[in-house]
Ligand binder design. Structure first.
Ligand code: MF3
Ligand code: CO
Ligand code: CO
Length: 248
């Protein structure tokens, strides 16, 4: 069942989403060769606390950290730790905060120092895939248009879209209906309507779309060890008929 939120609810979501975005703006300056993903997580955690927010990922189904940090061939759900970033890495930082019971979810992929042309293209395609997915959101339209648009674009660029993980409804809880798929499927047909809050978060792989989960039971990697990049925004469809990107 997809939750329909009220006009008043949008105010709470705006605050949570704006703070999630601010965490990414804040952490960018620290993304340099030599810093560990654990240190980046600590900095994000302090920033959240100082701004009256808590992390939604900490202890979520046993997830041990305040952020997800996914380097190179890690698709998503990377656990921050001892790994130190090095020149040429690409790193996704995924932030989900809770303020007053409202959840805001956003991620970006950053480059570490100088990266290859191919890695740069991958990041740009992932970013554009999100933008195109957002443009495909039409009130009265189908969620499947988002996936259709994203998959067609990503494949036209010679890359592949991950199928095993998707966007999601969000609001008073972290993961709500619907599942927002980033690939085309005929049968998925919920209609986009005012009062809905959801994420779009395409994961784009250089090689195969297939993924596997490491023995830590969280870290999702590409099956062929090729690079993966992701961007995520939380959106609101308002009762005034607008589509807002709350984490922009
Ligand atoms: N933030 C991720 C998402 O976009 C979910 C992370 S769940 C965690 O939905 F447990 F891995 F933190
Ligand atoms: Co999400
Ligand atoms: Co996220």
């Amino acid at each position: 069942m997809i939750n329909i939120y009220s006009r008043e609810d949008l105010q709470g979501m705006r605050r949570a989403c704006l703070l999630a975005k601010s965490v990414l703006d804040y952490i960018e300056q620290y993304i340099t060769p030599g810093i560990s993903t654990g240190e980046l997580d600590e900095l994000c955690s302090e920033f959240m606390t100082n701004n009256g927010a808590t992390s939604a990922t900490l202890n979520y189904n046993g997830f041990p950290k305040s952020t997800c940090i996914s380097v190179n061939h890690v698709i998503c759900h990377g656990i921050p730790g001892k790994y130190r970033l090095k020149n040429g890495d690409i790193v996704n930082i995924d932030i989900t905060v809770v303020i007053d019971g409202w959840f805001g979810d956003t991620s970006r992929t950053f480059q570490v120092g100088k990266i290859t042309k191919q890695a740069e293209k991958l990041i740009n395609v992932a970013k554009t895939a999100l933008d195109k997915g957002i443009e495909a959101v039409k009130i009265g339209g189908y969620f499947r248009e988002i996936g259709y648009t994203i998959q067609r674009y990503v494949e036209s660029q010679g890359f592949n879209i991950v199928r095993d993980y998707c966007g999601h409804g969000i609001g008073r809880s972290f993961h709500e209906d619907p599942q927002v798929l980033h690939h085309a499927v005929a049968e998925f047909d919920a209609i986009i309507a005012p009062g809905m809050f959801f994420t779009i978060e395409p994961m784009v792989n250089e090689g195969t779309h297939r993924s596997k989960v490491l023995s830590d039971e969280w870290t999702v990697v590409t099956a062929d060890k090729s690079l993966s990049a992701q961007f995520e925004h939380t959106l609101a469809v308002t009762h005034d008929g607008e589509v807002l990107v709350l984490t922009a």
